[in-house]
Design a protein around this ligand. Structure first.
Ligand code: ADP
Ligand code: ZN
Ligand code: ZN
Length: 719
């Protein structure tokens, strides 16, 4: 027999191995094979009778690894789809999809075995002499109910040896672990609007379909999908929930645990320790986990009983993998549900325009929620502070300072939001105009005063702050602009009695985790933070949000910047007035008439989305066209550009339906010492674009690379 094996090597093909021990039922098992001088763990994708490789060159597979049950047809369909759609070798995709432990020849953390007493064990128990005290205790335990190894060991010394003796004597047998029945804890009565939304989603539960649960912040989307999951579990199926942020998963997992008593809930993120990740993955794979909760990589969890996929904050940029296999977990979630014949629920207050467009053109089901779930909680009032009329000092206008001051007087909390960490984004010499750039990236270095250093936020390079200008010797270098650290300091000066707390990824790192810092956040009077603050957490006393520097998102060359900016501003605005106190949002801007702000004031995502979609349709941008880029990376910018030109010349003939543009450097052209350039492809037809990419990709693998690394990025989000 011939095994066709997906291996984690950068070649777009499967590798053939011979074996005597295989049958067709071995598809989906992992296998240990020799590759060059190495041994690799791969995945058996096909078992065939013959191979195109001459018999003399076929090597033998070393061992089929049957300790883990084989991956099922549906899972293989998912990775094959991913490989085809994103133009990556199947072996690459499989490697990205499996937890690291399963890709290596390393002991798999075992699921604790469960033991039960046998009939002869019961007889033995009656007959065993009293001095066999510990064996009697073991059998006595198991007579009550089957138990896991760790549970036995907790009560019985030397449990391992005892169990081994019991197994040998035939008194004890290993059994399938009992699958606990999850119980849903009903904590809330749904509002009529929530009830309606749930009823509609419930109707779609037994088949594939995409719904967009589109509700303002605080409308109780989470509660709806929790109840929907409860329904799925009661039908004996599994649920997959994807969330954007690693930092939020532990809190969400805890919330899930408190609502689903006795359920087996597995989390999968890149921060999950390897052994735990593998254990959780196996629980899901064996059908024992009820719910898998995780970030984008969780989309690859093996779930034989998949009955529902939820993607929370579906617009979030973190669902797109930016290296290796550049997949969108949101889009794969849909493909996956399609394969499994299960529904997907996308949740958002500010959906991506792709999703919104489909939901309003009958491709997806639109399930709206227009009101906040807690009756007293009104949407916050959004006010635009015109910085031409109210000049900015130290980052603040007078109206915003007055508003903060009023909150301090009432014992309420304020949040100052700006999306820039560090002290100042630029260090410059006012005498000669020198600006400190990163030597590895085309970017400025950011001044971090607390660590007295300069940092590159793109590559992580850190340097000490120079004493004088390297160009002209001027010792008086100035930090320009402001980041969270500087704002924190100014607030401390302006409100010396207030407790000011900074919340950004630097603070989170130095406080070892978001949880601890969020705890102290409830006691602070003024919070200063980046988008870390925008999501998830409820601050009971928070009634004011002030936004500094919002205009930065208005005039980007990236056509998605407006959409992201709106989503982010609405999300932070949603932090104000969550409970019974009404909230207010101040946005400082030079452009109060800008349509984005006008829509925010009216909480009118729909109006905003429609106007941007009209522009996109006019200009020929997604979702009205489909895009891909060929990207080249090299230490030498000329080489990268030359490779792209050669690639375009070598491109197969294409119809007029596909536009292939001249190569250009990326907007961040140099990253960590690597020069990056790309050529953009657009087409109104996704199938034609796909067909072209597959043919092109074949020629690309044959092109001499000369120190250039290349990849295709389908549905790119970086330019
Ligand atoms: P969203 O995800 O739509 O922003 P959440 O699901 O986080 O909203 O809900 C916002 C708040 O409203 C939470 O504190 C939640 O417990 C509460 N909530 C949701 N549904 C109800 C309900 N039916 N009755 C009372 N409170 C609710
Ligand atoms: Zn100078
Ligand atoms: Zn850098």
């Amino acid at each position: 027999m011939i095994l066709r094996v997906a291996l984690d090597v950068p070649l777009p093909k499967l590798f053939d191995y011979r074996t005597d021990e295989a049958t067709r039922a071995d598809v989906g098992y992992r296998v240990l094979v020799p590759f060059g001088k190495k041994r690799l763990v791969g995945l058996i994708v096909e078992v065939a009778a013959d191979s195109d490789v001459p018999a003399s060159r076929l090597r033998a597979a070393e061992k089929i690894l049957r300790d883990v049950p084989p991956l099922e047809h549906e899972w293989l369909e998912l990775v094959k789809f991913c490989s085809g759609y994103y133009q990556r070798p199947l072996g690459d995709v499989v490697a990205a999809a499996l937890p690291p432990r399963l890709r290596r020849l390393q002991a798999i953390p075992e699921l604790p075995a469960t033991y039960a007493i046998t009939a002869s064990g019961s007889e033995a128990l009656a007959a065993l002499p009293a001095r066999q005290r510990r064996m009697r205790a073991l059998l006595e335990q198991l007579r009550q109910e089957p138990r896991g190894g760790p549970a036995i060991a907790a009560e019985l010394r030397g449990a391992r040896a005892l169990i081994a003796r019991g197994l040998e004597a035939g008194w004890v047998a290993e059994v399938e672990p009992p699958r606990p029945e999850p119980r849903f804890v009903r904590a809330l009565t749904l509002t009529p609007e929530q009830e309606q939304a749930l009823a509609r989603l419930r109707q779609g539960l037994d088949k594939f379909g995409v719904s967009l649960l589109f509700g303002v912040t605080g409308s109780g989307k989470t509660e709806i999908y929790l109840q929907l999951i409860a329904e799925v579990l009661s039908r004996g199926k599994q649920a997959l929930v994807l969330v954007p942020e690693i930092a939020l998963t532990p809190a969400l997992a805890a919330a899930f645990r408190s609502r689903f008593a006795d359920a087996c809930i597995v989390t999968q993120t890149s921060a999950t320790p390897e052994a735990e990740r593998a254990r959780g993955w196996l629980l899901a794979h064996r059908g024992l986990a009820h719910i898998v909760l995780g970030t984008r990589l969780a989309v690859f969890a093996s779930l034989p009983g998949l009955g529902l996929v939820v993607v929370d904050e579906e617009q979030d940029a973190s669902f797109k993998q930016r290296e290796g296999v550049r997949y969108s977990a949101r889009d794969l979630a849909i493909a996956r549900a399609h394969i499994a014949g299960a529904p997907v629920v996308l949740c958002s207050a500010t959906p991506s325009l792709e999703t919104f467009h489909r939901a309003t053109s009958d491709k997806y089901e639109l399930v709206p929620l227009t009101r906040r779930a807690i009756r007293e909680a009104e949407l916050p009032a959004v006010r635009l502070v015109d910085t031409r009329a109210h000049p900015v000092h130290d980052g603040f206008t007078a109206p915003l300072l007055e508003a903060i001051s009023a909150r301090l007087g009432r014992g309420e909390q304020s949040l100052v939001f700006l999306n820039r960490r560090g002290y100042a984004p630029v260090l410059a010499c006012p005498a000669c105009g020198w600006v400190k750039g990163c030597r590895r990236c085309s970017a400025h270095m950011v001044v971090h005063l607390s660590e007295r250093s300069l940092r590159c936020h793109h590559c992580g390079l850190a340097e000490s702050i120079p004493r004088a200008c390297p160009e002209c010797g001027n010792p008086d270098l100035h930090p320009f602009g402001r980041g969270t650290q500087r704002v924190e300091i100014s607030l401390g000066e302006k409100f010396p009695r207030a407790r000011v707390l900074r919340l950004d990824s630097d603070a989170v790192r130095s406080q070892s985790g978001l949880d601890g810092i969020l705890e102290s956040a409830d006691r602070a009077d003024i919070l200063v933070g980046t988008q870390i603050l925008a999501k998830g957490h409820h601050f009971e006393r928070l009634t004011l949000v002030g936004v500094l520097n919002a205009d930065a998102g208005l005039f980007s060359s990236d056509y998605r910047a407006g959409e992201r900016s709106f989503a982010q501003l609405q999300q932070v605005a949603g932090r104000a007035g969550r409970a019974s106190l009404p909230g207010e949002v101040f946005i400082q801007t030079r452009y109060p008439g800008h349509p984005l702000y006008q829509a925010l004031v009216k909480h009118d995502y729909t109006g905003f989305a429609r106007s941007v979609l009209a522009e996109r349709r006019e200009a020929g941008f997604p979702p009205f066209v489909f895009e891909a880029v060929l990207r080249a990376e090299s230490a030498d910018a000329m080489r990268a550009m030359r490779f792209l030109r050669e690639a375009i010349e070598a491109a197969p003939p294409r119809s007029a339906a596909i536009s292939l543009f001249d190569p250009t450097p990326m907007s961040l052209a140099r990253l960590a010492g690597v020069e990056r350039a790309q050529a953009l492809l657009q087409s109104r037809s996704r199938p034609r674009l796909q067909a072209f990419l597959s043919k092109w990709s074949e020629t690309l693998y044959r092109l001499p690379a000369h120190g250039v690394r290349w990849h295709l990025d389908v549905d790119p989000v970086e330019f």
